[in-house]
Design a binder for this molecule. Sequence first.
Ligand code: ATP
Ligand code: MG
Length: 156
Amino acid sequence: MRPPAVMYWPATDTAASHARAWMRNLLGDVDGIDIEDVALVTSELVTNAHEHSTAGQSPDGKVRLTATCGPKRLRVEVTDEGGKKIPAPRCPDADDLGGRGLVIVDALADDWGHCPDPETGGRTVWFEMVRREGPGPDDLPRGERTPEPSGPCYLG
Ligand SMILES: Nc1ncnc2c1ncn2[C@@H]1O[C@H](COP(=O)(O)OP(=O)(O)OP(=O)(O)O)[C@@H](O)[C@H]1O
Ligand SMILES: [Mg+2]
C-alpha cells in the first residue's frame, strides 16, 4: 500500500484542472487503472465541491484531494467545506445542459459515496476503482493471426 497522497487547492473553477493534472502525474506508474476515468471522476467531484459546497462561496475556501492506492483498489476522496446541499445524482432530460456529474461518477467508479468529515465539519465524497489483474483473457495478441487450434474448439 502506498501512503495516501494529499493535496489542497483553493475552491475555484481552476481546481478541477489542477486536480486532473495532479492525479495523472500521481498515477502515471500505477498498473491496472484507467487514469483518464480517474481524472474525469475526480474532476466532476472537485467541480461539485466548488459549485455546491460553501467552499466555493468564500475567498479562502479549499478543497482537499486524497488518493490512496492499495494492491487491489484505488480510493480517492474529495473533501469540501459542507453546506446545505447533499450529493445526489439527478435525472437530466436529453436536452438538459447539466446534471450529469454524478451520473458519470456512478457509471465509471466501482463504488462511491459521501459522508460528513468530522475533522473539518465538511463533506467527503469518495470513489473507488478496482485495479485490473495483470495479463488475462482480454489480452489477445494484436496484429497477428490467431493460431488454428489443433483439435475441436468450442466458444463459451
Ligand atoms: N459536494 C457536494 N456537496 C453538496 N451537494 C452536492 C455536492 N455534489 C453534488 N451535489 C448535489 O448533487 C446534485 C447532482 O450533482 P451532479 O454533479 O450530478 O450535477 P450538477 O453538478 O448539478 O451538474 P453538472 O455536474 O452536470 O454540472 C447537485 O446539483 C447538487 O445539488
Ligand atoms: Mg456536478
